[in-house]
Write a protein that binds this ligand. Structure first.
Ligand code: NAP
Length: 270
């Protein structure tokens, strides 16, 4: 831990793209870091650069979060390191192919990383943050969380989980001084697209944001106290209207009688 640190952030998927940008920005904000991913060389190169440029301490944890042993290694680090004040759950995998062209094994691997690892790491970090009086959990979801028709359905479902889990976490932990933010990026110029089966160059450039702009906007949303940040959405009022409509449904969703429109059969039988 460096002498003047503002506390340590753990960032998963920090070897490239969005995660590497979070590492850069959080180091410049005065945080020590632990960078997690599989590519040791890329993590070490980033850690060395950030240490030189910012004077922060930047540790590297090489782990495959698609694998139980890899997740357990990071969970152990999250539980042991008392300097940790934040977690960026960013490591994730996408897919663009529809169901009939996808292998279910690849879909399961995506759930392991996008859902299971993110959940386990959150469970590993949260009690320590509460014990130490507070902290921050940033979960990288996607706009497909609310627009699942756009890409592969399991990817959309995994990100809908991240959004719902984050909203629930915020509900449960806000009074314990834990900040939770779900970030819903639209298309962002990273390796993600090539890995998911469609290089980013094939997308209309009008819908693609740079990773730098995406991360800077998300951190601005964090600073503004947002629980959900959609970097590209022009009017926050549109998101608020969507959320208000959802909240208005809540008191009507569980009742002792079916809705009148579903009572047709009973009326027929009488
Ligand atoms: P990226 O450049 O491909 O980065 C993905 C990161 O996750 C890399 O650091 C990768 O590192 C790491 N990772 C992948 N599999 C891993 C595993 N099994 N274990 C540990 N780390 C693993 O893509 P990105 O765009 O920055 O993606 C970051 C997050 O943003 C993802 O959750 C993605 O779903 C989300 N997102 C992206 C977009 C977009 O358009 N780019 C839009 C919405 C949401 P290693 O390969 O070294 O392990």
């Amino acid at each position: 831990m460096s002498a003047t640190t503002k506390g340590t952030f753990v960032i998963t998927g920090a070897s490239s793209g969005i995660g590497a940008l979070y590492a850069d920005r959080l180091a410049r904000r005065g945080h020590d870091l632990v960078l997690v991913a599989r590519s040791e060389d890329r993590l070490r190169a980033l850690a060395n650069r950030l240490e030189q440029e910012t004077g922060r301490h930047v540790g590297v944890l090489v782990a495959d979060l698609g694998d139980k042993a890899g997740v357990a290694k990071v969970e152990a680090a999250l539980k042991a390191d008392k300097s940790i004040i934040g977690l960026v759950n960013n490591a994730g995998l996408g897919a663009t192919a529809p169901l009939l062209q996808s292998s279910v094994e690849a879909m399961e691997a995506m759930i392991d990383l996008n859902v299971t690892a993110l959940t386990r790491l959150t469970y590993a970090v949260a009690p320590g943050l509460v014990e130490r009086g507070g902290g921050t959990i940033i979960n990288i979801a996607s706009v497909v969380a609310i627009a699942p028709e756009l890409l592969n359905g399991v990817y959309g479902g995994s990100k809908a989980f991240v959004l719902a889990f984050s909203q629930s976490l915020q509900h449960e932990l806000a009074d314990k001084n834990i900040r939770v933010q779900a970030v819903l990026p639209g298309a962002t110029a990273t390796d993600f697209w090539a890995i998911a089966g469609k290089p980013v160059e094939q997308l209309p450039q009008a819908i693609v944001m740079s990773a730098e702009d995406m991360v800077d906007a998300s951190l601005a949303g964090l600073d503004q106290g947002e629980v959900v940040t959609i970097p590209a959405l022009p009017e926050v009022a549109d998101w608020n209207a969507y959320e208000n409509a959802r909240m208005a449904l809540a008191p009507q969703l569980s009742r002792n009688q079916p809705a009148v429109r579903y009572r047709v059969r009973k009326i027929d039988a009488a």
